[in-house]
Design a protein around this ligand. Sequence first.
Ligand SMILES: Nc1ncnc2c1ncn2[C@@H]1O[C@H](COP(=O)(O)OP(=O)(O)OP(=O)(O)O)[C@@H](O)[C@H]1O
Ligand SMILES: [Mg+2]
Length: 226
Amino acid sequence: MRPAVELRGIGRRFGSDPPVIALDDVDLTLAHGSSLAIVGPSGSGKSTLMHLLGCLDRQDTGTYRFEGIDVGELSDDQRAALRAQRIGFVFQTFNLLAHRTVLDNVMLAEVYRGTSREGREERARAALERVGMSARERFLPVRLSGGEQQRVAIARALMAEHSLLLCDEPTGNLDSVNTASVLALFDELSEDGLTLVLVTHEEQVARHALRRVRMVDGRLTEDESW
Ligand SMILES: Nc1ncnc2c1ncn2[C@@H]1O[C@H](COP(=O)(O)OP(=O)(O)OP(=O)(O)O)[C@@H](O)[C@H]1O
Ligand SMILES: [Mg+2]
């Protein structure tokens, strides 16, 4: 079986004088259903790598194969379609629409994905069920705790049959109780066969991934220290 993700010699630089080398010759292979934690200091390139994996950005050098597809060869539209169908993104801030209910927020995910309207509400309910948020579907986000909001954001990311879930500091704004509930959810998703990549500063969060890598000055190394 082809790997879920294959990065070879990936480079990304920003600006020109002098340029910031955000990613420097990064190699990474992720099998389907694997989980990876990325740790490393601020400014080391973790988010840059996540944006690249999520097809939100393009590398300057090297190749990125997603499920065997050379993403660098695709047009912007093709990449957007690939992202919409296969890749979910969860950010540190939940990015929920404040004046829409939980159910609407999750349903809206599909509007951008061009999925048929038919069955959308059922799919949104199923996603909320999966994250244990069914009882809150009529709530506005402001009435939810941080952990609940993050679970809704994860439900939104799960609306399509994603195979890769990218989480950039998903627990950065959560207290320990809410962090624990989001982590328990990641464990479940991982067991269900989703490929999971987590960026985190927190030891406790990184432990939920089977493999850990460290990013320093745009270079990725295997973290053997744990
Ligand atoms: N769009 C951009 N334009 C210019 N420079 C950028 C851009 N995005 C990132 N950088 C630079 O690239 C480097 C890596 O940034 P990145 O956001 O990937 O770091 P990070 O590891 O996610 O940090 P943090 O832990 O603080 O979130 C930084 O020096 C940053 O200033
Ligand atoms: Mg970052």
